[in-house]
Ligand binder design. Sequence first.
Ligand code: FA5
Length: 336
Amino acid sequence: MQELEEYWESFQEEIQKASTLSDWNYLKGKYVGKKSRWGEFLAKLKELSPEEKRVWGKKINQLKKEMEELLEERYQELLSTEEKSEVDITLPGKKGWSGSFHPVLLTRDWILTIFQSLGFRVEEGPEIETEFYNFEALNIPPDHPARDDQDSFYLAPGYLLRTHTSPAQIRVMEKLKPPFKVVVPGKCYRRDAFDATHSPMFHQIEGLVVARDISMGDLKGTLETFVRRFFGEERKIRFRPGYFPFTEPSAEVDVSCGVCGGKGCRSCGYSGWLEILGAGLVHPQVFTHAGYDSQDVRGFAFGLGVERITMLKFGIKDIRWFWENDVQFLEQFNIF
Ligand code: FA5
């Protein structure tokens, strides 16, 4: 029974010294697990008198119970100190890295949402177009000077990468019956030199409204509503007379430069304005090419440049930044 006392003392000493949960696990195995000596002590009871057996039997049970209680107590203490040392809840949290939408696509979807809220539906058109849809049906015959402004990348004879989203006007008219309001987003390609405001590939959104009674007033009201919702009340908009072979009358629409506030800077060519779109009333000849009776319907159309609008919205100075794949630039638009 001397050994029992020593066993108990060494347990008390060791449990106080245990400073980690792994020390604790070792002690649990040694004192109450398979390696413990309780079986050995109980076996020794046989050698004692009935009276001693009763006393020591009780003592063994009591010490074993106390050992288990002390182990549990120490376990809770060690658990809370280890938790504290592993997680410092006073430090700021770690944020995971996530990708983001490209600013041009973000703007595209934003614009589409505004037009959808005005009752427009979203349609699509092919990026590889025929010369008929890209030019002829839009009143631009082979020798027309307007083709010079939209030099393109030609593929097989008669096919090219579309230079604007306007060919979708014809495709939509062939597909739908008036009245309708559509917007068609997509990539366009031109043989334009890469500079601060031009890129050889860019995005446009075409708008087309066809019904019986459509006037220039409908076009102006729609575009003003869009500009106010997208840029805010403080931005100015101006309509300039313009020319497109497929609209009559035609207009160029500008928005005041967001980089310089209209004073003039490199990104607006020192004019204070940035052209965002071309627009006009659909030319009767275009209706005829699409198989409509031009006496029966009227319509307005517009085509806006998504990159230019993104630059205006965020004050981006150079269109080339969109396509340089600089993560530091792109991750600034992780706004959701
Ligand atoms: C057109 O492309 C006409 N299809 C627009 C239109 C549609 C007029 C319907 C009437 C009715 P324009 O060539 O001006 O028009 O181009 C329209 C817009 O596309 C420009 O205002 C500009 O914002 C953008 N854009 C044109 N070329 C480039 C380019 N190389 N890089 C970036 N944006 C461009």
